[in-house]
Design a protein around this ligand. Sequence first.
Ligand code: 2AM
Ligand code: CA
Ligand code: CA
Ligand code: CA
Length: 261
Amino acid sequence: MDQIQLQKLDTTVLKWLDQVHHLVEQCVQQRMQVDTKSSHRDLVTNVDREVEQYYVQHIRNFDPEAKILGEEGFGDAVKSMKGRIWFVDPIDGTMNFVKQQAEFATMVAVYEDGEPVMAWIMDVQQHDIIHGGPEYGVFHNGEKLELSVDIGLDEGLVILSGARLLYEEPGFPQLAKAAIGYRVYGSAGISYLHVLTGKAVAYLSRMRPWDFAAGVTLAKSLGLRVGTIDEQPMNMLVSGSVLVATDKAYADIMALLQKKS
Ligand code: 2AM
Ligand code: CA
Ligand code: CA
Ligand code: CA
């Protein structure tokens, strides 16, 4: 895509994000319907569904040829990365959304033939947006974002998935101890915002494609290191243990987990 097409794409999705912000604010003021999915800790609300439907409708109008991979299933059954694919996580951090009405995100990413094109992450309650792509640059609320100083675990915060820490997955408690501090946010999108803005040096979690597509796109575009700790290359269509970090923190974590970096 050329710069004009990227600009149009960005302007369009930024408008949708504004609408999603309003939609979520309205929904919060009404009674929310909360259901469970795989377990009592895995929640979904009418807002997750309504926001995904909003995106799907608008993407279909704007980019009718594309396929959509969304968490709540209103998109398509995507089997290959050929062509244009939109990844949509309507509400990321649904537990935070239900319990705190804060610390949740909405995420969209566009890939073309397996390559990242553009992505958007919004902290919905704060209306804080990071957006951009490899050929476009990365912007924080419209201002160019620069890569922060490269610091390692001894000086930086690491963000981890709570479940992996709690169940003491090999290497994870050691990782939390090696860093200057560790944080658990309950939202992949919010975690990525912290790494992208230099407030943390790494985020590592096992996630599904709509959880990591936007974060990985923005991290790569900014010059952060991105990889998996699965001994597998990153596959945009399946779950994976995805690591986003500064160069130094990436090397520290791979050494600590005794993985090849
Ligand atoms: P979600 O809120 O969009 O489901 C912490 O729960 C983070 O892990 C969130 O970003 C959440 O995304 C994601 N996650 C992935 N799979 C999950 C699951 N089965 N249950 C709860 N959260 C999950
Ligand atoms: Ca969910
Ligand atoms: Ca998610
Ligand atoms: Ca979600």
